[in-house]
Ligand binder design. Structure first.
Ligand SMILES: [Zn+2]
Length: 700
């Protein structure tokens, strides 16, 4: 399974490239779809897929066809794709839709677009300018300037972050700056030095005394980042702490939401919300005594605000800066919905002096950004979407339509599938899933409009089988576990940690019992797979073990951190999520899906090893001296770092010394934070044995 990926020089055909691209955009837990409910049950695996709609770079504008040049099915509105069957009968040309099976007349006038769609599983098109909202993108920063612990450090980190964002944004974008403490401060960025206008806030539900447009018109609130760069930087550098420790976050957001809902020029936007303490004033306050259990929201106020934000196509990123010594809750479990519903991200920083905030912000705004995203998932007959997870809002009318006000190349959505009838797909040999993502791209190409409406369509074909062996054979362990993680998080929120843990252990026990029952067809054989194997089951047992020890499963993790992890895990692609769950230990330059077992003995040897836990990349090197600058290992670390939405910490450890940090990453060792892998599998073996015996007794 291991192969060096350093000098891959084999030629890649355009078809291969398309397959690789599809694999970035779309991953299903089961490559072979089960034929019906029975086959699905027997497989014991979650059935679904995830979509990372911007994982591959948007095409150059010059290569794009017009969206209306590609035919759509008259019946289900799916786009023409390579799996459609063309027919000519009595001089009439038609195509049979792979998704719904109906015939549509082949429109010869759309010959160019249609030929292209018939040849490509992925295509991107341009929506005509007439149908596009061309207003320049708006980037608003809302900063908590209240008096909080570590205030000077967090303000300095925020200043750096906003300046980094301004550096990354193309000219022509609009920028605005608002602060809050016990009043809301609006920056007039057209004056030099920038003038701050304050809106007083009443405590309680009354709100604010004025509206935003009462103090500043749109044109002064939002200014061109190219034209007014100096003013913006002066304003950002002048951000200073208020003498008040009151934080009127809810009222401040109300003002902004009212403004965005009443202006039509604000549809393309992304707001950065910097929070440094618990909202404790004005509307939506989170009082210390109403916190209840830390992971559930103590108020529905922000969830409602998030719904309003989606109505206004508004996306909000929450940056929570919390001093690591601060133990009281900042109430993130209540306002995480501002990001979870709107396509935004939640970030938690507990090292205030770190430059990580600025790095993350720069990385985000220097990359691909979309606005007004609409993702539609269509499936062929017999099955459909059961449940969705991720940072978006499901459309009220259409369940399979997701509204994503803004997203980036890492934003991932998860879909669970279900059969719509008892028969399922028993008569089908193939099943299809088609995703259509309409979005407005922030365009960085020179001499092009700043925003461009696009449509990206990709279609995946799956074989259908009743056989559990076939369904298992090409299942993807990372996607299986990522889907399962979504359900486990939901269970923690809806029930208790203990029940979520039970659900996880039951799941793996049933999976192994069914393996004994249907695959080896030998109820006496309940041996767990070899620990050294990289089989699906072996990988899944490891991942379940990792998940059971993960902070997301631990009631002792504080509510802010838990809410941050919830947000992170529900929007991360499987290849990155899996590193959070079961860090990947690999020889540098080798790609090995399963990775090495996390045992201290795995770190010994004569090669440089990389241990990647998503937020922390550790290099274990055999010599006392860390790998040389510019060498292969360092380049590999840089490559890995560039492939994630958050800056990873990098550390170097000589393999000869037993470092505490490194030891705690060795999840399988007994005593490295709870039970070891051996104890876990022994217990699991006993559970499976018990279940198999019970089943055998039932059958006799
Ligand atoms: Zn159709």
């Amino acid at each position: 399974m291991s192969f060096p990926n350093a000098d891959a020089s084999t030629e890649i055909t355009s078809e291969d490239a398309e397959m690789l691209e599809l694999d970035l955009l779309y991953k299903s837990s089961l490559r072979w779809f089960p034929s019906d409910g029975g086959a699905k049950e027997r497989s014991g695996l979650p059935w679904g897929f995830c979509v990372t709609p911007l994982a591959s770079a948007p095409r150059d504008t010059k290569d794009l066809l017009a969206a209306d040049s590609v035919a759509r099915c008259d019946n289900c509105f799916a786009y023409l794709n390579p799996y459609a069957a063309l027919n000519t009968k009595k001089g009439r040309e038609t195509w049979r839709c792979a998704l719904c099976g109906e015939l549509t007349t082949y429109d010869a006038q759309k010959q160019n677009g249609n030929r292209f769609a018939l040849d490509h599983t992925i295509f991107e098109t341009r929506v005509s300018a007439a149908d596009t909202d061309n207003s320049p993108p708006i980037f608003l920063s809302i900063v908590d300037v209240s008096d909080t612990p570590g205030r000077q450090l967090s303000l300095s980190a925020i200043r750096d972050a906003i300046n980094a964002q301004i550096e990354a944004l193309p000219e022509g974008c609009l920028f605005g700056l608002i602060t809050y403490a016990d009043t809301v401060g609006i920056y007039d960025l057209k004056t030099s030095p920038p003038h701050i206008l304050r809106i007083p806030v009443f405590n309680g539900d009354t709100g604010a005394m004025l509206r935003l447009e009462d103090v500043l018109p749109f044109s002064q609130l939002f200014v061109n980042v190219g034209e007014y760069k100096e003013n913006i930087i002066t304003a950002v550098d002048s951000l200073s702490a208020s003498t008040s420790s009151m934080r009127a976050l809810g009222t401040c957001l109300d003002l902004v939401l009212d403004f965005f809902q009443s202006h039509s020029m604000t549809k393309n936007n992304r707001t950065s919300l910097y929070v440094c303490g618990r909202p404790n004033y004005g509307r939506g306050l989170i009082t210390a005594d109403t916190e209840g259990d830390d992971i559930s929201p103590s108020t529905e106020f922000y969830r409602h605000q998030a719904e309003r934000a989606v109505d206004a196509d508004m996306c909000i990123d929450v940056y929570l800066l919390k001093d690591s010594k601060e133990i009281s809750s900042y109430g993130l479990s209540s306002y995480k919905f501002l990001s979870l519903r709107t396509g935004g991200n939640v970030r938690l920083y507990d090292t205030l002096e770190d430059v990580q905030v600025a790095r993350d912000v720069y990385h985000q705004y220097n990359g691909t950004i979309s606005f007004q995203g609409l993702l539609r998932a269509r499936t062929s007959l017999g099955f459909g979407i059961q449940q969705t997870f991720g940072h978006f809002s499901a459309d009220i009318e259409f369940r399979d339509l997701c509204r994503i006000p803004s997203c980036d190349p890492y934003s991932t959505l998860y879909f669970y599938l279900q059969f719509v009838s008892v028969e399922g797909m028993a008569r089908n040999q193939e099943a299809y899933v088609q995703l259509a993502f309409a979005y407005t791209l922030l365009n960085r190409e020179p001499d092009r409009p700043l925003v461009e409406r696009r449509l990206r369509v990709f279609t995946s074909r799956h074989s259908v089988s009743r056989s559990m062996q076939k369904v298992h054979r090409e299942a993807d362990a990372s996607t299986v576990l990522s889907l399962l993680t979504q359900k486990i998080i939901r269970s923690s929120l809806d029930t208790t940690f203990a029940e979520a843990d039970l659900l996880l252990r039951d799941w793996v026990t049933i999976l192994l019992t069914q393996q004994a029952e249907y695959v080896t067809k030998n109820m006496g054989n309940v041996n767990l797979p070899e620990t050294t194997s990289d089989s699906l089951l072996s990988q899944l047992i490891r991942y379940v073990f990792g998940l059971s020890k993960n902070a997301i499963m631990r009631p002792d993790v504080d509510g802010d951190r838990w809410s941050f992890l919830h947000s992170l895990y529900s929007g991360l692609s499987p290849d990155l999520l899996i590193r959070c769950i079961y860090p990947q230990l690999q020889k540098v330059g080798f790609s090995d899906r399963a990775g090495r077992p996390l045992l201290f003995s795995s770190t010994q040897g004569s090669d440089d090893l990389i241990l990647d836990s998503f937020s922390h990349i550790m290099i274990v090197h055999p010599d006392q001296q860390p790998p040389e600058q510019g060498g292969f290992t360092r380049r590999e670390v840089a490559r890995l770092k560039s492939q994630r939405p958050m800056t990873a910490k990098v550390s170097y450890f000589p393999s000869s010394s037993l470092d505490r940090t490194l030891f705690h990453m060795m999840l399988e060792e007994e005593g490295a934070g709870g039970e070891g892998y051996k104890t876990f599998t022994e217990q699991l073996h006993q559970e499976v044995l018990k279940m198999v015996t019970a089943k055998r007794d039932d059958d006799e």
